[in-house]
Design a protein around this ligand. Structure first.
Ligand code: NAD
Length: 290
């Protein structure tokens, strides 16, 4: 397939490399990032998109997605598909899909879970929103870049699934970290805490697979000085997107709001920027109740 890939940063770079390695013709464009092996460089997003059957974008946010979409939609061939894999707000995803479909194109919002490790290994999970025929066309590419792709519904449904998942992730990480900090102060050994909770009703992905306590559970960023991993500021971005969506949809999400507030303070005032999102544990450990 002829594929354009726009946004070749930490995630897009390895995803595009996997498509090229699988034998697809991949043309890339990025403002700054180098082209991965096997990807040929275009001079602009529009040049990359010309003649592509699928245009994939992996960009920082919704505003940038809207800008790039305005550049590529007018030059894309009828019937080709614009597939955005970035994490963006639901409104931007829906607006871009509406423009693409009005121009006779297919459109998907297909954000991912799995991080840079999953992008490199080709084991991402894709959650997609948009027409079934667009999903069917891009599904073989999802199978190369990932291990699972779920068609969640109409335009915006992929972003909705992503921010709901990540709202649970942020809330659960905070709950896991504050419970460890409490356990410490109660004199409970961290390994014993892990052994009990990971096999009891408090188990979760943040405890069992990504334990925030160093030296406990499987290897995680905690064992690497809390180097990301998944940076606290990216967690904050996703929590803010969840609260933006909750406001727009009039949904009551008090725990999501509190998690967003705590991560905002952590990132902007408490030195958390650039640290893994599990570094909430030393943050709680250093504090007292008052
Ligand atoms: P990144 O900053 O490494 O990459 C984004 C790339 O977009 C950069 O290389 C930048 O130069 C490029 N770019 C910006 N504006 C552009 C434009 N107008 N035209 C062309 N290229 C442009 O970010 P990332 O970590 O690769 O994340 C990309 C998206 O994936 C984000 O939406 C993020 O929330 C999401 N995501 C990231 C992770 C993660 O662990 N890093 C996990 C899941 C989802």
């Amino acid at each position: 397939m002829n594929i354009a890939f726009i946004g070749l940063g930490n995630m897009g770079g390895p995803m595009a490399a996997n498509l090229a390695r699988a034998g697809h013709q991949v043309t890339g464009f990025d403002l700054t990032a180098p082209m991965p092996e096997g990807v040929s460089r275009a001079a602009s997003a529009a040049e990359a998109a010309q003649g592509a059957e699928v245009v994939i974008t992996m960009l920082p946010n919704g505003a940038i997605l809207r800008t790039v979409a305005a550049q590529v939609i007018p030059v894309m061939d009828p019937g080709s598909v614009l597939c955005d894999c970035s994490t963006v707000d639901v409104e931007s995803a829906r607006a871009v899909a509406t423009q693409a479909i009005a121009a006779g194109l297919g459109a998907l919002d297909a954000p991912v879970s799995g991080g840079v490790g999953g992008a490199t290994a080709g084991t991402l999970t894709f959650m997609a929103g948009g027409p079934a025929d667009s999903f069917a066309k891009v599904e073989p590419l999802f199978a190369i870049m990932g291990q699972k792709a779920v068609h969640c519904g109409e335009a915006g449904a992929g972003q909705a699934a992503k921010i709901c998942n990540n709202m649970i992730l942020g809330v659960t990480m905070i709950a896991t970290c504050e419970a460890f900090a409490l356990a410490d102060k109660l004199g409970l050994d961290r390994q014993k805490m892990f052994d009990v909770v990971s096999t009891s009703s408090g188990y979760s992905w943040t405890m069992n697979a990504y334990c925030p306590a160093p030296g406990v559970g499987p290897k995680s960023p905690a064992d690497n000085g809390y180097k990301p991993g998944f940076a606290a500021e990216l967690m904050l971005k996703d929590l803010d997107l969840s609260q933006q969506a909750a406001t727009a949809a009039d949904a009551d999400t008090p725990m999501g709001q509190l998690a967003a507030d705590l991560y905002r303070r952590f990132v902007t005032e408490e030195g958390g920027r650039g640290m893994d999102f599990s570094a909430m544990l030393p943050r709680f450990s250093a504090r007292s109740r008052g």
